[in-house]
Design a protein around this ligand. Structure first.
Ligand code: ADP
Length: 542
């Protein structure tokens, strides 16, 4: 017997409609590419998203067409999120930090018909325009006064296109499983692969994000997503904030400590989200300038492991609770968040810190398990580690155009490529990407754990650990360090600092210093490149 409840489709347009209707006067504040701070409300955003949808319709964009964006976090990008998906077209957010040839590859693979581009990216586009085989129109995200001289063909001015429309459109209805947006994984090996979200998966993910034990978003929040809208939908915040009527604050291209701090302060930001490298810059700025964060209550850290030293700095020095989160583009992206359970409230801070250093516990909607090489499930004892498998309604069931073939096993489990432990309370800890684990004498050493401990040394800016060939043990860890400016700390001093914090056989065999560690387009340490760079490295123990 079927239930007798309404089967209304879960559509992305309902999020912005809701925000305009019930939180219409709540502000969206953006640092614009043109310079000034821009402010308006959810009513304005919905109206302009509808104008944008009408303009796309006039250009012939229809259900299922892909529309690319090369844009920062800002109000016009938000209008694209709703204007494109709202009419059933597919918003393809392109990561501008990819190599130009990768951008060409993904725009062609996605068959983007229209491309929105912010002023910053015009030179990049001019360099690749001839190779973009499907793009019929390029919409420059600015007003007439800022339109650049350009060699690009078929160029339109964003504000002029909007001004020609009246914004009276009613968002259309369609199947909630309709594709809504497309985001390519950065593809450290091989070509990037497209993850195609649906309206349903996006709305369900937003409901989960807002809930108290996940990100706990509400209409009382002022949220600054530092994580880019071109990286897994700013971790879903661009959808979840309108769902709960939270104020949005967009940093544009100002990602440095001073620019971020200014917005956190003036816009009374209560919650922010970003990768550890961004928070390193902010913490450094706060320390050097004696600033505090009186409005902020919590920050979400994910994308890479949040070191204990960073969690402690936010919580003890700035009274900001850290929500350590884990997920991936393939998961919309949230999988786990690290809010403590009630029974943990009275633990010593040092014990809490051990739990907060883990990547968190599963949110409702995401199933987790760990398995051995034969696919057998491993115990949830916090010690056994294995392949982290996930399934749920906002997790991919295959890449766009079947690139890479089937990705699920017979029971729908998706292999994340991460290696992790799970404990009895459901907290998961990533020990490594499976391709980055160091295999020493048949046992695994976690590069992430070594890095987290090494960056706790006060003179270390950044640390990376890779496995280097060893005649007896196959591989042994090499610690690669970026020292603080002016520091002369030695490898021996860093190893002394690490001693006793890990099993002795995990201790790196050597320490080497570099001026910078390479990062991927999504801010992760580029291990592949480091392994190539140090391929011939001779360990003193070899
Ligand atoms: P990319 O496009 O670079 O793959 P994703 O955000 O999809 O970007 O990357 C997902 C991967 O990032 C995860 O599989 C995991 O390895 C890593 N990751 C994400 N969050 C964390 C975290 N909190 N700690 C450690 N690793 C993380």
């Amino acid at each position: 017997m079927l239930g007798l409840m309404q089967d209304r489709p879960l559509l992305i347009s309902s999020l912005i409609d809701f925000a305009a209707q019930y939180h219409g006067d709540v502000e969206i504040v953006s640092r614009s590419v043109e310079g000034p701070i821009h402010r308006y409300t959810y009513i304005d955003a919905n109206h302009r998203a509808k104008q944008l949808a009408e303009a796309l319709g006039a250009l012939g964009v229809t259900l299922g067409d892909r529309v690319g964006t090369l844009a920062w976090n800002g109000y016009r990008h938000l209008e694209c999120y709703y204007g494109v998906s709202g009419i059933g077209a597919v918003l393809h957010t392109i990561n501008p930090r990819l190599f130009p040839e990768q951008i060409v590859y993904i725009a062609n693979h996605a068959e983007d018909r229209v491309l929105f581009a912010e002023l910053t990216f015009i030179p990049l586009l001019e360099g690749i325009a001839e190779q973009l085989s499907s793009v019929e129109a390029i919409i420059i995200m600015t007003d007439r006064g800022h339109m650049p001289e350009t060699s690009l063909p078929n160029v339109y001015c964003y504000e002029e296109l909007l001004a020609a429309q009246d914004g009276t459109l009613q968002w259309p209805g369609f199947d909630e499983r309709t594709a809504s947006s497309l985001c390519y994984t950065s593809g450290t090996t091989g070509n990037p692969k497209g993850v195609l979200y649906s309206h349903r998966s996006t709305v369900l993910h937003s409901l989960s994000s807002c809930s108290q034990d996940v990100l706990g978003l509400s209409s009382h929040d002022s949220i600054l997503p530092v994580v880019p809208m071109f990286h897994a939908n700013a971790w879903g915040i661009a959808y979840a904030a309108p769902m709960c009527g939270a104020k949005l604050v967009f940093p544009g291209m100002g990602m440095d400590g001073a620019s971020i701090y200014e917005l956190l302060d003036t816009e009374k930001v209560t919650l922010s989200a970003g990768v550890p490298t961004v928070w390193l810059m902010l913490l450094q700025y706060l320390r050097e300038n004696g600033k505090k964060l009186p409005h902020m209550t919590r920050t979400v850290i994910g994308g890479s492991a949040a070191p204990a030293s960073m969690i402690e700095a936010f919580e003890n020095d700035y009274d900001v609770t850290v929500i350590h989160a884990w997920g991936m583009t393939e998961m919309s992206p949230l999988g786990t968040t690290g809010n403590l359970k009630a029974k943990m409230a009275d633990l010593d801070y040092s014990e809490k810190l051990l739990i907060k250093g883990k990547q968190g516990r599963a949110v409702y909607g995401v199933d987790l398990k760990i398995t051995d090489d034969d696919g057998e499930e491993l115990p949830r004892d916090g010690a056994a580690f294995g392949h982290l498998m996930v399934r749920g309604p906002w997790i991919t069931n295959g890449y766009f155009k079947s690139e890479g073939g089937p990705v699920l096993d017979a029971d729908d489990w998706f292999d994340t490529g991460d290696v992790a432990t799970l404990d009895g309370d459901g907290f998961m800890q990533i020990t490594d990407r499976s391709k980055d684990v160091i295999k020493s004498g048949g046992e695994w050493i976690s590069s992430i754990e070594l890095e987290n401990i090494a960056v706790g040394h006060p003179e270390v800016t950044e640390a990376a650990v890779i496995g280097v060939a060893h005649p007896k043990w196959d591989e042994r860890p090499l610690l690669i360090i970026v020292r603080n400016e002016g520091s002369t700390v030695t490898g021996k001093e860093i190893l002394n600092f690490m001693e006793g914090k890990i099993a002795s056989w995990w201790m790196p065999d050597d320490v080497t210093f570099v001026s910078a560690i390479p990062h991927t387009a999504t801010g992760k340490i580029q291990k592949l490149q480091l392994r190539e760079q140090f391929a011939d490295y001779k360990l003193p123990t070899a």
